[in-house]
Design a protein. Structure first.
Length: 385
């Protein structure tokens, strides 16, 4: 069972907790910033947090997805900031799942060491302004011109976009039986024809930066294609969403723990009467946190496993439902106690709600697929849906 953490993971949790308290929770400027302070990001690189799950041969710590789940929870719980964890997690997911998972030896040698040390930051560019990330509506395209591809289009909602040195751009490079075929291109920021758009400002996940890029006759060597040409959407984009959902559970659990801490502080400050009903409600909240921690660690362990598990999508769906249940209960307790959230609790709650609600449409699609398999009597413990 993944919750029976090894001594190595327990040590990692302590190491991340120390970093979070020493360099993140002590800063009172993070919620007012539109981007992560360079000194903080550099320090995360120096302490190997940005190479946590990358190979030791490239300067990483050699951790796995479970180590990311454990670290993500601790980073938020002790660092008191979800935005830092969102950028950190995105950086690692792109580096580990996409570049390490699909890159050639030349590409690994070129980028992984810099990513592990925080000298380079990468992000994935799929979504487009006004169109989202559905393959039917993606218009960014590329055509071959000798040993190069010429790319045109625009991308938006890129986590870490404004501070990224490397973009993994998903573009249509052909049509097969009426369907667009997509390829992934590794494009350094300094490439001619690539320009950054104005950073996007959100009232959540601060100071995680979000922005976009434009590609205007951007010439990219064919050798910069990541993975197999024409199969990026199926091979990378779809499974990347699952990896994001699974590993985001860790920071969500950490945020819930922090939310409860702040709530208890308000109880004391406002001399709230501790009734049996309140004890029950708080017990329910704690039980959800404990359950979600188990789910988060198990989902990460599934990612580490070479075996496909039919239960994986159920873990993702159920975790979202439990998190929503937790937030509903939290709001009920606040109302019944007759207290108002202070700024710290409001910020924590706002980030948590957006973390829970992100990807609801995809979760609904997965839920329907599970139901379809059950109704068609094709459901099996041996095969994932």
């Amino acid at each position: 069972m993944a919750t029976a953490l090894s001594e190595k993971l327990i040590s990692l949790r302590g190491r991340v907790a120390h970093f979070a308290q020493e360099y993140i929770s002590c800063r009172d400027d993070l919620q007012s910033l539109d981007g992560i302070p360079k000194d903080l990001w550099d320090k995360m690189g120096e302490d190997n947090l940005l190479g946590l799950s990358l190979p030791t041969e490239y300067g990483g710590l050699g951790g796995n997805y479970l180590s990311m789940a454990v670290a993500g929870e601790t980073l938020v719980r002790k660092g008191h900031n979800m935005g830092i964890a969102v950028s950190w997690l995105t950086h690692l997911n792109v580096a580990r799942f996409l570049i390490m998972g699909f890159g050639s030896k030349t590409q690994l040698d070129l980028y992984l060491k810099g990513l592990a040390g925080g000298k380079k930051t990468a992000c994935i560019a799929v979504s487009e302004p006004g169109r989202g990330a559905h393959p039917k509506y993606i218009e960014t395209s590329g055509y071959r011109n000798g040993d190069f591809y010429i790319l045109n289009g625009e991308k938006a909602y890129l986590t870490n976009g404004p501070m990224a040195d490397l973009f993994i751009v998903i573009a249509s490079t052909g049509i097969d039986e009426g369907r667009k075929r997509f390829s992934a291109f590794l494009i350094p920021k300094e490439t001619t024809g690539l320009s950054l758009t104005k950073p996007m400002k959100f009232d959540f996940f601060r100071p995680s930066p979000h922005g976009g890029i434009k590609l205007s006759n951007c010439s990219v060597p064919a050798s910069n294609i990541l993975g197999e040409e024409g199969s990026a959407y199926e091979d990378m984009v779809k499974p990347f969403r699952d990896v994001e959902d699974a590993l985001m559970m860790g920071p969500l659990v950490g945020a819930m723990g922090r939310q409860v801490e702040l709530l208890l502080n308000l109880f004391e400050k406002n001399c709230v009467d501790i009734t049996d009903e309140l004890k029950k409600d708080m017990g329910d909240m704690q039980s959800i946190i404990h359950t979600l921690r188990i789910v988060a660690y198990e989902a990460a362990s599934v990612l580490d496993s070479p075996v496909r598990h039919a239960e994986f999508y159920s873990l993702l769906i159920s975790s979202r439902n439990l998190a929503r249940q937790f937030q509903d209960l939290f709001e009920f307790v606040i109302k019944r106690a007759g207290i108002e959230q202070d700024n710290d609790l409001y910020v924590s709650s706002n980030d948590l709600v957006h973390g829970i609600d992100s990807g609801k449409r995809i979760a609904l699609i997965k839920l329907k697929k599970l139901g379809e398999r059950l109704l068609s009597r094709k459901d099996s413990d041996e095969h994932a849906p």
